[in-house]
Design a protein around this ligand. Sequence first.
Ligand code: SF4
Ligand code: SF4
Length: 220
Amino acid sequence: MKRNIKMKDISDGRLYGPDDMVRAGCDDCAGCSKCCHVVGDTIKLDPYDVYRLVSGLHVSFEVLLQDRIELHVVDGIIRPNLKMDEKKNACTFLNDYGRCTIHELRPGFCRMFPLGRYFENGGFKYFLQIHECYREMRRLVRVRKFIDTPDLEANTVFVNHWHDFLEALEDNLAGLSPEENSQLNLYLLKTFYVTPYDETKDFYAQFEERLAESRKALAL
Ligand code: SF4
Ligand code: SF4
């Protein structure tokens, strides 16, 4: 999702690589779950986030859609996001003790927070969102350890390729009729989220195959 803001207003002015130290450590958020509340539809899920939930919880995408995730159109493209429990005004995966019940499977957005990604020159760096975490004294932590994502290099390639693909799609949306746009979104949903990935094989390789086929089919 594109944000029209100035980096100097929301960050400490630095960009971080995976091996840099950043003051983001909040001791596993002990005693705090503020950013799992009132987040609306902002926790967007990429294909790897959904794969992680589908394979880890042993459910289909359709089952997740019943009460755990929902679909919204962002910049003209349909995207899943975590659903909020309206009564608790919190993520449906947050338990009554304020802990995440899917810690090992949590989406990339939750792993990074309060870091964000800043894309430029065909790649991205991380930045620290200084107004987002309510904990005053945060520890210095290494970005790689903090994000806690297996095979971060492969994941970074995936994030870049997915981001580039969405950007290319957005550039091509303007000329589409509403019907063509809806067909395109159904195709994307089916290709990247609904059709199950083979859990015995590498996710990233399967994603790249689907991406190459989609780029060809959509002439991107
Ligand atoms: S998935 Fe876990 S960490 Fe992310 S918002 Fe939900 S409860 Fe919080
Ligand atoms: S506000 Fe900070 S400490 Fe609290 S849940 Fe969010 S990241 Fe963790």
